[in-house]
Design a protein around this ligand. Structure first.
Ligand SMILES: [Zn+2]
Length: 161
């Protein structure tokens, strides 16, 4: 799955998109070596802090049957930009073209025991992993030390039918 953000274009008095010159890190206008023409792009609206204002998002290449991963960071960005909402059980992307695309949460970020599959506290509630290690020591005393549990830092979801 790919997400493509859409932006508001800055328009001039005639309603035409304003172009701005592309600049390098030093602030100099970038000149295309082959054509010797200054590179320009359509100017997009920005907030007072200089961040681009997102007007929506397009979802591309959406596999219908696979599991989809959502990092907490992507979820927070989507909420802040207004194209994603979240409940306890679902994540919804409000796609500018196809409307709402709903994903059912299958597993939350956290640790999972590799011996019995139990969900264990993640890095937020248990930064050092002591709960996970204690679980393995108490419940699976004969198991080896390596690969005792997995850490998942994303929501695992399924596309809702
Ligand atoms: Zn276990």
């Amino acid at each position: 799955m790919q997400l493509k953000r859409l932006y508001h274009r800055v328009l001039d008095d005639n309603g035409l998109p304003v172009q701005e010159y592309a600049r390098d890190a030093a602030g100099d206008i970038i000149i295309d070596k082959a054509t010797r023409i200054a590179k320009a792009r359509l100017k997009i609206m920005r907030d007072e802090a200089g961040a681009a204002i997102v007007r929506g998002v397009l979802v591309e290449r959406l596999p219908l049957h696979d599991a989809h991963k959502f990092s907490p960071r992507l979820i927070e960005a989507g909420k802040a930009e207004g194209w994603l909402t979240e409940t306890d059980k679902k994540i919804t992307i409000h796609c500018a073209l196809s409307g709402n695309i709903v994903f059912k949460k299958v597993a939350a970020p956290g640790r999972q025991c590799n011996h019995c599959g139990l969900s264990l506290p993640g890095t937020q509630d248990d930064p050092s992993g002591s709960v996970a290690r204690r679980h393995v020591a108490d419940e699976h005393p004969d198991a080896g030390v390596a690969n005792d549990y997995d850490v998942r830092n994303y929501y695992l979801t399924k596309l809702e039918a």
